[in-house]
Design a protein around this ligand. Structure first.
Ligand code: RFL
Ligand code: PHB
Length: 388
């Protein structure tokens, strides 16, 4: 088989890239390791920057998002039973869209099917060859080995994919920070406790109240890395959440059975460069952020923005400059989101080794946000997403 761009990974970044390239007349094949039901059942991010909304519109997959998503003009930060509202609209004139990654992925698969695009799922042993200049990819499906010749490879295969490892160790530089706690997440068919998200700083640890729709809520608790999901009964989860959020919210919290419960570790990670010859790294394959800033999915989409621009210019005009600039352009924005996500995580969590000095700094940082619209503007500008 031959294609112009072979995309490894059928997550949001791979499928969005495929859709944008298709609209520009560029042929792609998507290779996905898992089956479709698995890919569509993953519960992950919930907040879309307005730039992400624009990208989904540009790909022609925004219709259901605009119908079913929730536009939020602000968010709440709470500490010591006081809530600080970050008014995105007033501070920076933009809003965000609350619409689950699961739904985004659904819409992208529907669009891919509608245009008859190729997604090869359950592709095993995907291997990259011929890099940096003459790429091809091999994989096994139903026991038979296949080969795809291509002009370019887009590595959209997430943190545990194979693409990043195809870069020579002498070229690849990685940066990592692992945080000493995780997030226990619960999805429940209950009405959200607040019509805006609540990010809670509490002496017992961080908590987040988020949502998917009018009868589907998503909540998180900071937990030690040693905790196991089985240790957390639904009752224990709700009791702990009530302790950490403002009293007014705790009093109105509607609880119910958890329909999903999982623990995710928190880390910051960047791999440089994001291009080696004709291979590009995109999204989680190149970088990971802790979810506190709601940036993971949005960063994957901004990578797709830079890469789709570069490939469209290459095929339409024959110019290579944007292809050559891809890594630098993407990384400039990545590092800003890495910084913001690290800062939000530091601001809102309790660290096991936190000293009294550290606690004073955290408290004064929160007081500063409460009293300074300049400080709130900095938070808002980053949260809604820096310009591409
Ligand atoms: P994805 O979504 O991981 O998709 C990668 C796809 O590649 C496939 N794959 C392979 N395919 C073929 N061959 C191989 N060898 C392959 N190896 C892997 C995988 O099966 C998968 O389908 O990466 P992508 O597209 O870059 O998208 C990035 C986002 O998914 C990610 O940034 C966010 O979901 C991160 N994230 C969160 N972000 C937020 O903004 N808010 C959140 O609340 C949030 N929660 C989360 C998250 C990520 C999590 N992970 C990765 C464990 C919760 C979790 C649990
Ligand atoms: C979510 O709804 O899953 C969510 C929202 C905001 C975050 C992280 C996760 O910062």
């Amino acid at each position: 088989m031959r294609t112009q761009v072979c995309i490894i990974g059928g997550g949001p970044s791979g499928l969005l890239l495929a859709q944008l390239l298709h609209r520009a007349g560029i042929d792609t094949v998507v290779l996905e390791r898992r089956d479709r039901a698995y890919v569509l059942s993953r519960i992950r991010a919930g907040v879309l920057e307005w730039g992400t909304v624009g990208m989904l519109d540009a790909a022609g997959v925004g219709e259901r998002m605009h119908r079913e998503g929730f536009v939020h003009g602000g968010t709440l930060l709470s500490a010591r039973n006081r809530a600080i509202r970050i008014d995105f609209e007033a501070l920076v004139g933009t809003r965000v869209m609350v619409y689950g990654q699961t739904e985004v992925t659904h819409d992208l698969y529907d669009a891919r099917d509608a245009m008859g695009g190729v997604v090869i799922d359950e592709a095993e042993g995907v291997t990259l060859h011929g890099l940096p200049d003459a790429p091809f990819v091999t994989y096994t499906k139903d026991g038979t080995e296949h080969r795809i010749d291509c002009d370019y490879i887009a590595g959209c295969d997430g943190f545990h994919g194979v693409s990043r490892a195809a870069l020579p160790a002498s070229l690849l530089k990685t940066f990592e920070k692992v945080y000493p706690f995780g997030w226990l997440g619960v999805l429940s068919e209950t009405p959200p406790v607040s019509h805006e998200l609540i990010y809670a700083n509490h002496e017992r640890g961080f908590a987040l109240c988020s949502m998917r729709n009018a009868n589907l809520s998503r909540y998180y608790l900071q937990v030690p890395l040693t905790d196991r999901v089985e240790q957390w009964s639904d009752t224990a989860f709700w009791d702990e959440l009530r302790r950490r959020i403002p009293h007014e919210a705790a009093d109105t919290l509607v609880t119910g059975p958890a329909i999903e419960k999982s623990i995710a570790p928190l880390r910051s990670f960047v791999a440089e460069p994001m291009r080696w010859g004709r291979l590009f790294l995109v999204g989680d394959a190149a970088h990971i952020v802790p979810p506190t800033g709601a940036k993971g999915l949005n960063l994957a989409v901004s990578d797709v923005h830079y890469l789709s621009q570069a490939l469209i210019a290459r095929y339409r005009d024959g110019t290579e400059d944007l292809v050559e600039a891809y890594s630098d352009r993407a990384l400039a924005r990545v590092w800003k989101a890495i910084r913001f996500s690290w800062w939000m995580t530091t601001l809102l969590h309790r660290f096991p080794d936190q000293t009294e000095f550290d606690q004073h700094i955290q408290n004064s940082e929160i007081a500063y946000l409460e009293h300074s619209s300049a400080a709130r503007t900095v938070l808002a500008e980053n949260y809604v997403g820096l310009p591409y």
